[in-house]
Design a protein around this ligand. Structure first.
Ligand SMILES: Cc1cc2nc3c(=O)[nH]c(=O)nc-3n(C[C@H](O)[C@H](O)[C@H](O)COP(=O)(O)OP(=O)(O)OC[C@H]3O[C@@H](n4cnc5c(N)ncnc54)[C@H](O)[C@@H]3O)c2cc1C
Length: 451
């Protein structure tokens, strides 16, 4: 198996850093993080004429947003995400036209297969939820599924199917949105870690970056896996844990499907280049760190629900996280500069499973080589639903985090919602259920969907 020899996906992060020659002295809004949520927020704000600066410590889409499976789906989501996801799908639909760039979006449909009649019936609840939102999700029987996947060697009982769901190319999407934000007037700074904030009379008054200070009264932290650490340095408690997802890309091959297919052994989608992006359907790793203990009780319902999928492992990461500083001086390098790109190693167990399951389910692809492999750290909140919220204890500071394994598709809608929160203008997307306080006010923490 070749690893990253022919790196289309990894070219997003395997390249030299480009630090800014100079940085703006002030801005209306500063966004921390150049993932799909940060760049979508910057793009929305810049088009409204707002002076926005985005600071990314590494590369645009260098972490989760460039490493994901590329599924853009509403099917199976927690209902709190559905209105935002439907808005996102609307944005995805016209994104290439708006950006003037290719992002590989297409509506190829989404299938969650069922191995038994009982598993198929288990999807009925979500089909009913989908119906409330006029989504075209339905259950299909074995015969109809065979017509959609004639090359599969598995006799599934049927599937949940949403023809209008789609996919896009992660290595293209966020960078293209960032470039569009720049063309609309945003400053997009890479290799520019934010070390912390300055406050005046208890309100945010500036962002301190490794290249200098930017005066601002409004900050959004869309820092992905780093959000909890950043917030902790400000004395703000944001429960967040991470799981390792391993992904592979095949060479171009025969068309055995057109959209996204999830089976508990395999997550697979057709790529724009004619290959497939593949992952194991049920192998995610949680590398235990001190945060696992700190947030144990808040994440217990999620761990119980996901125990068959998420395998715990103890290793070097525990000591690395243990020795990582929890607060720091703002005039010296911080953990954000020490690790500009979170680039975990793929799991060899997951890769073996991917190859085996791909060959079993789609024998026609058994001679198709895997030409690139990579991994990403998926960050999650305790109920596997994002937080998009203003932080009351620090006026001017806001967060957008916890997008779990579903934030790529949600990104454009999340950016629109976050922009509305920052400007106080109605975005048309209700984010009241996404407040941070739900993890502290005694509300039951009930994850309803998978990571
Ligand atoms: C393996 C895998 C598969 C997935 N599959 C899918 C899928 O098919 N569909 C889907 O919808 N979602 C999927 N996801 C989830 C999706 O990728 C994420 O939810 C989404 O990309 C999160 O975007 P983000 O902008 O919040 O975070 P990120 O993309 O992680 O971006 C955060 C950025 O903030 C930067 N940053 C952090 N701290 C600082 C700082 N102090 N200063 C400056 N910069 C900072 C980081 O460097 C990073 O680039 C998957 C994720 C993974 C890892």
């Amino acid at each position: 198996m070749k690893t990253c020899k022919d790196a289309i996906v990894a070219s997003t992060w395997n390249r030299p850093f480009e630090a800014p020659a100079q940085i703006p002295l002030k801005a209306d809004v500063v966004i921390i993080g150049g993932g799909i949520v940060g760049v979508s927020t910057a793009w929305t704000l810049a088009r409204q004429g707002i002076d926005v600066v985005l600071c990314e410590k590494g590369h645009i889409a260098g972490e989760q947003s460039g490493r994901n499976w590329g599924w853009v789906r509403v099917q199976g989501r927690d209902s709190r995400e559905i209105p935002m996801m439907l808005e996102s799908l609307r944005i995805w639909e016209s994104l290439e036209k708006e950006l003037g760039e290719d992002v590989g979006f297409t509506r190829g449909g989404c299938l969650f297969t069922a191995n038994s009649e009982q598993q198929l019936r288990g999807f009925e609840d979500w089909v009913n939820i989908g119906r409330e939102y006029a989504i075209d999700t339905r259950l299909i029987n074995a015969r109809e599924l065979k017509k959609l996947l004639p090359a599969s060697a598995i006799n599934w009982a049927g599937a949940m199917y949403t023809p209008s769901d789609g996919r896009a190319e992660p290595h293209k999407a966020a960078p293209a949105i960032a470039r569009a934000a720049e063309r609309s007037g945003a400053s997009i700074l890479t290799a520019c870690a934010v070390r912390g904030l300055e406050t005046t009379a208890g309100n945010v008054s500036a962002v301190v970056t490794e290249h200098g200070v930017i005066e601002t009264s409004t900050v959004l932290c869309a820092g992905g896996a780093w959000t909890s650490l950043f917030c902790r340095s400000l004395g703000i408690n944001v429960p967040q844990l991470q799981v390792l997802g391993t992904v592979a890309r095949t060479a171009p091959a025969d068309a055995v499907l057109s959209g996204n297919v999830f089976d508990e052994r395999l997550g697979i989608r057709r790529r724009q280049d004619g290959g497939y992006t593949v992952a194991h359907g049920s192998v995610l790793g949680h590398l235990v760190t001190p945060a696992s203990f700190k947030y144990f009780f808040k994440f217990l319902p999620a761990l119980m629900q996901q125990h068959k999928i998420v395998k715990l492992s103890f290793g070097r990461e525990f000591m690395d996280a243990w020795s990582m500083p929890k607060s720091w001086a703002l005039d010296a390098p911080t953990p954000f500069e020490d690790k500009r790109v979170l680039n975990p190693l793929p799991s060899s167990r997951a890769l073996k499973g991917i190859r085996k399951n791909l060959d079993t389910i789609f024998p026609q692809l058994s001679n198709t080589p895997i030409v690139e492999t990579w991994a990403g750290m998926i960050e999650s909140s305790p109920d596997i639903v994002p937080v998009i919220d203003a932080i009351d204890s620090l006026p001017g500071f806001h967060i957008a985090m916890g997008f779990s394994g579903h934030g790529f598709g949600l990104g454009p809608g999340a950016g629109k919602a976050a922009a509305g929160m920052l400007t106080g203008k109605d975005s048309g997307i209700d984010i009241s259920a996404l407040r941070l306080h739900r993890f502290f006010d005694g509300s039951p923490i009930k994850p309803k969907v998978s990571i």
